[in-house]
Ligand binder design. Structure first.
Ligand SMILES: Nc1nc2c(ncn2[C@@H]2O[C@H](COP(=O)(O)OP(=O)(O)O)[C@@H](O)[C@H]2O)c(=O)[nH]1
Ligand SMILES: [Mg+2]
Length: 216
């Protein structure tokens, strides 16, 4: 039985006008390309093929909206870390992402997917700081934990938790070993059921933070 038997793809947005109506609650998933984001989404929702897993990075920069339950959505951002996107498109993407984070009242939390073997890269930090400063909860999934020994996994988790203390929660995750899948699902459901108001406006500095984009 799927955790979200009625999950379905709604649409991809390339412009704010294409965002689905800003009602209900949503949680956004982001991460470096190849970090295991699509695999994690499929494992957590138990809907294989909901987010396509792929070995080749795509160029399409859409904010993809999925409905998990009535009024509860999962939003999938394209993976970052590939510097092949032409500059005008990078600028467009940055603007789209900033509009999304600043204006989206239904957005409660960011799930950030990182390969446990190389967590907290520059762009991961940018996403954490940006989302945190916009008042959104941040939950880190350290994926591919099966590639680390148990003790290396535990020490990585402890180090990451120390570094993000006060800004994010973190856990180990592995799709093939099923590590942390239940924990991640509970965290997702907790955020989807959150009654906390979202704070849309950034709270750091005059103009607020901006996202740097160095390609996707
Ligand atoms: N060993 C291992 N491989 C994984 C895990 N999650 C994803 N992968 C593999 O990593 C590659 C990228 O996964 P994918 O989910 O498409 O990553 P995305 O680009 O972030 O969406 C694929 O070959 C997956 O099979 C994991 O937890 N453990
Ligand atoms: Mg993917």
């Amino acid at each position: 039985m799927s955790a979200f038997p009625h999950a379905r793809y709604l649409k991809g947005a390339h412009e704010p006008s294409q965002f689905v109506a800003d009602t209900g609650v949503e949680v956004v998933f982001a991460g470096r390309s190849n970090s295991g984001k699509s695999s994690a989404i499929n494992a957590i929702t138990q809907r294989h093929g909901l987010a396509k897993t792929s070995k080749t990075p795509g160029q399409t920069q859409l904010i993809n909206f999925f409905e998990l339950e009535d009024g509860r959505r999962l939003v999938d951002l394209p993976g970052y870390g590939f510097a092949k996107v032409p500059r005008p498109l990078q600028a467009h993407w940055k603007g789209l992402l900033e509009t999304y984070f600043k204006s989206r009242e239904s957005l409660k939390a960011l799930f950030l997917i990182m390969d446990a073997r190389r967590p907290l890269g520059d762009q991961d930090w940018q996403m954490i700081e940006y989302s945190h400063s916009c008042g959104r909860a941040v939950h880190l999934l350290l994926t591919k934990a099966d590639k680390l020994s148990r003790s290396a996994g535990a020490s990585t988790l402890a180090r990451v938790r120390r570094e993000v203390e006060g800004r994010a929660s973190a856990q180990l995750f592995s799709t093939p070993a099923k590590t942390g899948v239940e924990e991640a699902r509970r965290a997702l459901k907790r955020h989807l059921n959150s009654k906390e108001p979202s704070v849309g406006e950034p709270t750091l500095g005059e103009a607020g933070p901006t996202l740097e984009t160095r390609g996707q």
